[in-house]
Design a protein around this ligand. Structure first.
Ligand SMILES: Nc1ncnc2c1ncn2[C@@H]1O[C@H](COP(=O)(O)OP(=O)(O)OP(=O)(O)O)[C@@H](O)[C@H]1O
Ligand SMILES: [Mg+2]
Length: 249
């Protein structure tokens, strides 16, 4: 079975267009449990009633696990923002409106965002025990909530179809938790690319939802510490600058 139409190539997973569907193929060393977890988590997001590209099949191709899902013809929001920088405000507004819609959904079977962040911070070896203790204490002090959170909500995971409708993909990190934690994470991902866009995004979200910006900013050191777990050298300086601004109030 020749998979020749590759849409995105990663070290451990690649995405192909195959017979008008999307096939996400995982390398042999990728844990089977994580493939099945991605499929299960996506199915749980489908169950919330949110319209997303549906899982069609979990299969194996030449000994590699693969997830087949519905294909959305279109460009990612990231591509459009690169191509039409003057329309960035419009795209960020659409992105925020979709995130608010996502956060209006619930599924009590999803894992808890707080548990995931706590685990990520506990596993860090690049911050000291005192910092870990403070971050975990701060995390415990934050309200839980049970809103649907994408966990990797960024323009590369949003496809815009010909009619301008947004379709969100890549739900492997989906969980239930505090909306502001998910917004802080998106702010972080945007800021790794453009601080200006990140600030516009945060203003838009806070204005549309009446959320106090300070409340989202309180999550920044926590989500920055959790992001350190990904161990990406190019992100370290910015992430540490957020972890270190942690206010010892
Ligand atoms: N259902 C879909 N329809 C159209 N294009 C898609 C679809 N799903 C994914 N893609 C394209 O493939 C890219 C990668 O998909 P996805 O985010 O699921 O994989 P990933 O390997 O987890 O990527 P990353 O680790 O970079 O987030 C997307 O950014 C998008 O360009
Ligand atoms: Mg992705």
């Amino acid at each position: 079975m020749a998979l020749d139409n590759c849409l995105s190539k990663g070290t451990l997973k690649s995405v192909y267009l195959d017979q008008d569907t999307i096939l996400k193929v995982f390398e042999k060393e990728y844990p089977k449990a994580e493939v099945l977890y991605e499929a299960l988590n996506t199915a749980r997001v489908e169950d919330t009633g949110l319209s997303i590209p549906k899982i069609l099949e979990v299969t194996q191709i030449e000994g590699k696990w693969a997830i087949r899902r519905e294909y959305v013809e279109g460009k990612t929001l990231y591509e459009l923002m690169q191509e039409k920088p003057k329309d960035v405000d419009k795209y960020l507004e659409k992105m925020v409106d979709m995130q608010i819609k996502i956060q209006s959904k619930r599924n009590p079977l999803l894992n808890k965002l707080k548990d995931k962040i706590q685990r990520q911070i506990q596993e860090l070896d690049c911050i000291n025990e005192a910092q870990k203790f403070d971050l975990e204490a701060k995390l415990q002090g934050m309200p839980k909530h049970n809103k649907l959170c994408h966990g990797d909500y960024e323009p590369k995971n949003i496809i815009v179809d010909k009619k301008g409708n947004l379709h969100v993909v890549d739900w492997v990190h989906a969980s239930q938790g505090n909306a502001s934690a998910d917004v802080a994470r998106t702010y972080l991902l945007l800021a790794l690319d453009s601080k200006k866009n990140a600030d516009k995004y945060l203003d838009l979200f806070c204005n549309k939802t009446g959320t106090d910006k300070k409340y989202v900013q309180q999550w920044l050191p926590i989500v920055a510490a959790a992001q350190l777990e990904k161990n990406r050298p190019e992100e370290k300086d910015l992430l540490f600058s957020w972890v270190d601004v942690f206010d010892y109030q």
